[in-house]
Design a protein around this ligand. Structure first.
Ligand SMILES: [Fe+2]
Ligand SMILES: [Fe+2]
Length: 331
């Protein structure tokens, strides 16, 4: 069992901003954020009952679906594995939301314009709401939750302890939230559970705004950066991409269920459906990296290796649901 409170030492530069003038696009995003607030209690159909082992959650979302191992399991065992795998995925959403809440509060401190601070404050409220609804869903409906996975934790740690303001935006708003937006889209596209679909739809609306905030805030930052500083950002993008591509595998689920971890992991990495899922997770990140001028010759080969460079031509502002609807693998 992990400790309930963990403390990290950070050294963020806090800024006062004495120039209160409007900052173009960010003020508009701030206005949109205020108008789009929703209530996690009032606006979701919590009265619906959910069967966490039921058919509303598709078997194909289980990483070992289609394997010989899966075929050997009884119907009852498959349902149990699906329950645990779904709870694991939603638990990682929850922990990622906490990371986003902490990062948004850091942006309030570190942002260099008042509009960005005000916008980041709305994002902190959004992220608090996301923590609220995912935690409630896990507790009431899944009745099961999992600790944060090591690769996700190390990525969050890296972003949260970094003192450079642009790394908060790049790490959290572009990489982690970009991945989350795609993951939520896949969840919404594949589950038929109405409460989770409604919840995910509302969360995605907020997340699309957060990614846009990151993209606006970093506009032109990397085009004028010195070679040495840019190299550090490139290295971060490459490392974070590798981490997100092949490390969020949920191996702890297999161990806890008494299933052969090596076999499950090998299958998960080879499964065509899972490979396609992992590639789709980059559908929002890659076009945004391109927009920021970060698809540099040092970054491109590693994105090519993990098979996600094809997304560079997508519209980074496209509706995530439509985008994934067009790209999602056939069941
Ligand atoms: Fe969020
Ligand atoms: Fe967010």
């Amino acid at each position: 069992m992990c400790q309930s409170v963990e403390t990290l030492r950070t050294s963020l530069d806090l800024t006062y901003v004495w120039d209160y003038r409007e900052d173009g696009g960010v003020r508009e995003l701030y206005a949109r954020a205020k108008g789009a607030q929703w209530d996690g209690v009032r606006d979701l159909p919590w009265e619906l009952s959910v069967d966490p082992e039921g058919d509303a959650f598709p078997d194909m979302s289980v990483p070992i679906w289609g394997s010989e191992l899966w075929d050997r399991l009884s119907v009852k065992e498959r349902r149990h594995v699906k329950h645990e795998a779904t709870a694991w995925t939603i638990s990682q959403f929850l922990h990622g939301e906490q990371g986003a809440l902490l990062a948004a509060s850091q942006l309030v401190e570190a942002a260099g314009t008042m509009d960005a601070k005000m916008y980041a404050a709305t994002q902190a409220v959004d992220e608090a709401r996301h923590v609220e609804v995912y935690e409630r869903y896990l507790r009431e409906k899944m009745q099961r939750s999992w600790p944060v996975a090591d690769p996700l934790k190390s990525l969050l740690d890296q972003v949260l302890v970094d003192r450079r303001w642009d790394m908060k935006y790049l790490g959290m708003q572009i990489m982690v939230e970009g991945l989350a937006l795609a993951a939520f889209g896949l969840m919404r596209a594949t589950t038929e559970e109405p409460l989770l679909r409604a919840l995910t739809t509302l969360v995605m609306r907020d997340e699309a705004r957060h990614v846009a905030f990151g993209a606006i805030s970093l506009r032109d930052v990397y085009r004028d950066m010195s070679e040495g500083e840019l190299r550090e950002r490139e290295d971060f993008v490459v490392e974070a991409s590798r981490l997100m591509r092949d490390r969020f595998l949920g191996t702890e689920v297999w161990a806890s269920l008494g299933l052969p971890v090596a076999e499950c992991t090998k299958y998960t990495l080879q499964s065509p459906v899972m490979s396609q899922f992992r590639v789709l997770l980059f559908s929002r990140i890659v076009p945004n990296l391109k927009r920021l001028g970060l698809l540099t010759p040092r970054v491109r080969p590693s994105l090519e290796t993990i098979g996600v460079l094809e997304f560079e031509h997508l519209d980074p502002d496209a509706d995530p649901g439509e985008l994934l609807g067009a790209l999602a693998p056939a069941a």
